[in-house]
Ligand binder design. Sequence first.
Ligand code: LM2
Ligand code: CA
Length: 474
Amino acid sequence: TAPGQAGPGRTDVMANLFEWNWASVASECTDVLGPAGYAGVQVSQPADSLRRTELGNGSDTVLHPWWEIYQPVSYELTSRMGSEAQFRAMVKTCRKAGVKVYVDAVVNHMTGQGSVSYGGTKYSHFAYAGLYDASDFHQKGTDCPSSTGGIEDFNNLQQVRKCELVGLADLRTDKPKVRNELAAYLNRLIGYGVSGFRVDAAKHVGQDDLIALQKKLNRTLDGDKPYVALEVFGGGPGTLSPEAFTGAGAVLGLDADIQLKNAFKSYPADATGSLATLRDFGAGLPASGRTLTFVQNHDTERNGDSLNYKDGATNLLAQQFLLAYGYGTPQVYSSFAWEATDASPPSSADGIITDTDCASPAWVCVHAEKAVTGLVSFHNHVGRAPVTHWWDNGGNLIAFSRGKAGWVALNNDKVPHTETFGTGLAAGTYCDVTRGSVTQGRCSGPTVTVDARGQARVTVAAKGAVAFTKADRV
Ligand code: LM2
Ligand code: CA
């Protein structure tokens, strides 16, 4: 189920360019993602959505919060991120750059507020002209057993599936007509060259409806079944657990990002966990091949479950670990800077998202950092080689090999460490890909010398890493 080869030398690394507009995603595919070896890019929910026209009550000060896109009103592709033509051009450009496109698909619900949208669709809570009427939504009393019509108990199977998630009109995904509309939408995207989906609120759709929907989907332009990553957060019992959804697709690594946070940064603030625990990263979680892993996504960066860009060097180090270790299909998240949790992405006054500028502090381009692209290259070169030569100091200095293909050390301490490590690699001089790369046999950054016994004496900077593969020999 992993996305798989998308271009020369690529494996499965995905970037998640949350709320980047289509024009900016397209140029990033050509200029950065393709050349750096990313195999895929996840883009934001592309269907027409709520466009707020007035502020809500009390503390509400943001007219166009990032979450407007999670209230779709039709399957027309006019959105905050651009027009349908721009979306199609973006998919084409990315594919040409060797980068497959994965779409965030909202199939559980429509809106919970408003009557105006980005594409001009007129709607109300249970009525979407030419698409859905009240008979297409679960109703309080008949379908949903909670008194308010909302999900009150997230461990109650019927409520989770048939009540409203934060007041969002809940689609009857068990109804043939609804399934057909959803499949027509997703198949249109597949026809445009899309390779798969991040399925929003998949836990609230349920396994049976997700499987039935996928049976209606066409093959991608590459002839594959679309890759599907289901949003199912942990903590629910049995049927509601991420593990119970792995028969319906891959799942998002929403417990894995908690493990990463706890290893890299514990609380009280400024205390650190132990990288040494990551020897068993992913233990107790769904299988590697069924998990889309990340250090954070748009929800967890705000809700405290994960590290976020404000963690600076610690965040970059965690991204490096994720790319180096090999649990899950790794995804690197890049979006906009924020203070309030409901902030808008950089936009015009009417909510149209402006072009991404990675040089501006308004945007955070984690995927383009040398520390990260170096490890994307590392990840692609080591492939599926197993983790070997694990070494740790019991605390925050770790090192390991990926078979005989590559070696990495990571230091989450505030002081540098110098050690002699067994690397498992052949004797030679290697280019540290966290800071340099090899062009015409020369390394643009520091090198590491491995002796005849495979050992190397290496200084790992504070909050730094050293990594190289057998392809990085100079
Ligand atoms: C998701 N996964 O299952 C998304 O990852 C998450 O970001 C979405 O919530 C959620 N499911 C629905 O797609 C976000 C945001 C919510 C926001 C919703 C809908 O976290 O705060 O809810 O999108 O836009 C907002 C208001 C909420 C209100 C709701 C409906 O914050 O107070 O509920 O709209 O009007 C009364
Ligand atoms: Ca539902």
